[in-house]
Design a protein around this ligand. Structure first.
Ligand code: MSP
Length: 510
């Protein structure tokens, strides 16, 4: 089947409360899932939670409960947030599920049978909070390069994955698929890492219990990343539902943050190649959000709570801001001024005002009915042609997850419509009894309708409200893309009249 699309988010650690970083990746996935659905694709959108590992074991012990109970409590925070954000995932996976244990054991066993996993001994600097080993060279002044704490020298029996065997296959993969890792800067990062040669990777631990046991060697727990990455197979029915699995694998895109690139673009395809499955088509790594120019951290107390932002500014406004403000792939800075600026400028002024002026004039000059144009001239054709061109560009940008540019295209449509209103001055045309007023209102109505549909993946609720204001009773989500992307005379619009503003302005407080 051609028109299928499989997109994933990372599975989130449950020992943290969901913050803007989690929301960011998940909204990005939702935008793509919604966009592809509008294009007629069958979409599988997977998210979930990463529930094994030493940190969870410790947090549960501190709370005096079993790690499973701890996970059952914590997972709800993610489920609730996705509901509030109108996330339309089609699958949710928890690594503590039985179906997942089976898959991890199966893959581990097969890769071991093949000789790619062997038993050895591991010795290096281990950082407990980060659950990671570091070489002497990676340490910064003897401290963990990630969290700055003191690591301990640890030696343990461990299973190893023969990463070294996959240096060449990975180089071939990167060579043949220049867009395997996106955007380009991340591709270069991965390519130079692989070119440096790969060390075998420790894929089991004996220092804690909370995880999936290595088949027939229960003292060992499967390394959390081996366990976690495999979720992308379990989530679409691997070993359980061949029809579904074969439809959706290989995955179209794994969306991740730049910090977990190596796991996804180096280790994961190697595990898959060793097992005998195709690697994903793309791994897209986005940047990180800071707050008012500073790194967010629990200890600084400056972590952004998505609920707070949504309560203050609205769900769709939050979703929109994240992708309008910063090119997807680069780092971005969150500040109240920035979000207020976007809401007042792009949404209230450029889009909201345009819509309410148009709707008011359709009510006043055309008794609330859009009619087929009679006489064109002036900018009429330019408006239509520009809109058509920008739709094409929007699609190109969306297909490569360049959300920022795609939104730029939509706002170019708004810009030309705003210019059109001012130049053509329909209020004057109406006074002069010019039949061209029909043409102008026809073009404005169509342009706004199209812009709203293009914004739908970003702002599912507000874009629908715009359609309602235009007198359209249909749901955007079930409308036909190709039909809606042309200019037409509506046959069944309700009488169009004044509406309360869809995007009220926000008072700026500094
Ligand atoms: N459990 C692993 C992923 C396993 S996927 C097989 C994990 N979880 S996490 O909860 O720590 O992080 C999830 C995602 O949140 C990562 O993609 C990370 O990049 C993202 N972010 C965490 N903080 C962030 C910001 N401040 N800004 C943007 N994204 C950030 O890693």
């Amino acid at each position: 089947m051609d028109k299928k699309y499989y997109i994933t988010t990372p599975i989130y650690y449950i020992n943290d409360v969901p913050h803007i970083g989690h929301a960011y990746t998940t909204i990005a996935g939702d935008i793509m899932a919604r966009y592809k659905r509008l294009q007629g694709y069958r979409v599988f959108f997977l998210t979930g939670t990463d529930e094994h590992g030493q940190k969870v074991e410790k947090a549960a012990a501190a709370a005096g409960i079993h790690p499973r109970e701890h996970a059952d409590l914590m997972v709800n925070r993610f489920i609730d947030l996705w509901q509030t954000l109108n996330i339309t995932h089609t699958g949710f996976i928890r690594t503590t599920e039985e179906r997942h244990r089976k898959v991890v054991e199966h893959i581990f066993q097969k890769v071991r049978d093949k000789g790619d996993i062997y038993l050895g001994e591991y010795e290096d600097w281990y950082c407990v909070p980060c659950e990671g080993y570091y070489t002497e060279l990676q340490l910064k002044d003897g401290l963990c390069p990630d969290c700055g704490r003191k690591p301990e020298k640890l030696k343990e029996e461990s299973y190893f994955f023969r990463m070294s065997r996959y240096t060449q296959p990975l180089l071939d993969l990167l060579e043949q698929h220049r867009d395997f890792v996106m955007p380009d800067i991340r591709y270069n990062e991965v390519a130079s890492f692989v070119k440096g040669g790969l060390r075998d990777l420790s894929v089991s631990r004996t220092s804690f219990n909370w995880g999936i046991k290595v088949p027939s060697h229960e003292k060992h727990v499967v390394y959390v990343w081996f366990d976690a990455l495999t979720n992308y197979l379990t989530g679409i029915g691997f070993l359980e539902n061949d029809e579904e699995f074969n439809t959706f694998w290989p995955c179209d895109v794994h969306l991740i943050g730049k910090d977990i690139l190596r796991f996804h673009a180096v280790y994961w395809p190697s595990f898959l190649m060793s097992y005998g499955l195709e690697p994903p088509k793309h791994v897209f790594a986005h940047g990180w959000w800071t707050r008012d120019g500073q790194k967010m951290s629990k200890s600084m107390g400056n972590v952004i709570d998505p609920h707070e932002v949504m309560n203050t500014y609205g769900v769709d406004e939050f979703r929109f801001f994240l992708f309008r403000e910063v090119p997807f792939g680069l780092d971005g800075d969150f500040s109240k001024q920035a979000i207020v600026h976007r809401i007042n400028g792009d949404l209230a002024n450029d889009f909201g005002n345009l819509t309410s002026r148009t709707v008011t004039m359709i009510g006043k000059f055309l008794k609330g009915k859009i009619e087929t144009p009679e006489r064109s001239g002036g900018m009429d054709d330019t408006v239509k042609e520009t809109t058509m061109r920008l739709i094409g560009e929007y699609r190109k940008e969306m297909d490569v997850l360049a959300f920022h540019k795609a939104l730029g295209n939509v706002f170019e449509i708004m810009a030309i419509l705003n210019k059109y209103i001012d130049t053509e001055a329909p209020w004057k045309l109406a006074r002069e009894n010019d039949v061209r007023v029909k043409t102008v209102m026809f073009n404005l109505w169509n342009g706004i309708r199209i812009a709203a549909m293009l914004l739908n993946p970003f702002m599912p609720v507000k874009s629908q409200a715009i359609w309602k204001a235009l007198g359209i009773g249909k749901q955007i989500e079930t409308s036909n893309w190709d039909e809606e992307m042309g200019f037409y005379t509506p046959s069944d619009t309700a009488a169009i009249d004044k509406i309360p503003p869809v995007f009220p302005r926000i008072e700026e407080t500094t």
